[in-house]
Design a protein around this ligand. Sequence first.
Ligand SMILES: *Cc1c(COP(=O)(O)O)cnc(C)c1O
Length: 393
Amino acid sequence: MSRNDWKAATKLVHGGTTRSSHGETSEALYLTQGFVYDSAESAEARFAGDEPGFVYSRYANPTVAMFEQRMCDMEGAEACLATASGMGAVSAALLCQVQAGDHVVAARALFGSCRYVVEKLMPQFGVASTLVDGKDIEAWKAAIRPETKVLFLESPTNPTLELVDIAAVAQLANEIGATLVVDNVFATPLLQKPLDLGAHVVVYSATKHIDGQGRCLGGAILSSADWIDENLYDYFRHTGPSLSPFNAWVLLKGLETLPLRVRQQTSNAEALAEHLVQHRRVSRLLYPGHPSHPQAILAKQQMQGGSTLIAFELEGGKDAAFAFENALDLVRISNNLGDAKSLITHPATTTHKNLTQEDRDALGISSGLVRLSVGLEDVDDLLSDIDQALAHL
Ligand SMILES: *Cc1c(COP(=O)(O)O)cnc(C)c1O
């Protein structure tokens, strides 16, 4: 059996592992900036690329390489470069492939910092951008210009858990010769496979489910070997968004338990969604795995599960949302997500506070909306905590 035939859980435990002469069980942590050479000739050959081996940890490091290979095995990608954070991954994946005069189309519902990169940063360097309603394929088509080079989206979106039809946008990208970059953080590598749906590049914040235990930041960019070589490799080596070996080691350990965690967190989220949808204090529930989701059919087509996140709206706006959050005992207030600990946030005053009111309205981020990242606690304890907090309203 070749390692390509391994199932996901097996790849996430064994993929990418290389052992030193000590034969350690757990992946070794190579906490080193550089490498020494046996001779001046060897250094020359490594720099020329004639001899395999590491040169400098900004370019590549053995522990980071294990993480990158395990991510490739999981995603079914040829190549991966790991980054210091999710934003390191997003900004590198977008900036490495554009130049002044190019144009980018992105779905409007983006993680706040991604929106900054597309809306503010790229135009500063002469790269124009258009934001569209990601749900509407006609809006994508209408935004295309002859100089459109990159399409960018996340699905499900933060925080309203809307979906974008990845296969349809990928087809459009192919028709115009553009690159589709998908931020797959909310879906996780287990619940959605953007490359299989036709995307060209996938990016992750490994800070979220991949660590999943609130410890460190990290990110990853995955694509074909050709795309990485042609677009990203030099940019990456010379701008330095590299992942630290220590964080790579933590994230390798995170990947080993990713399927167990995502499966349990999704199952907890499903149970909470089922409960919240019929609660009289909840005016709107948004959960891709529930039949009430406006895109439930698309969710079934492109996702293998309903997500570990739930968004819902409480009647009574900000006051009700704050009262609810403050009454929670087990669920903690935090803007992180994908963690073993259940976390709740009020997007309008935290993650999405920098948007204008008009933008928030366009995205459906009302003052009563809360986003719940469902953790690994016993689901009965989560249900009772949420119920006692709703009873405060
Ligand atoms: C968190 C997040 C990012 C950024 O990741 P960091 O690791 O915080 O830099 C990008 N996209 C999405 C969808 C995220 O949730």
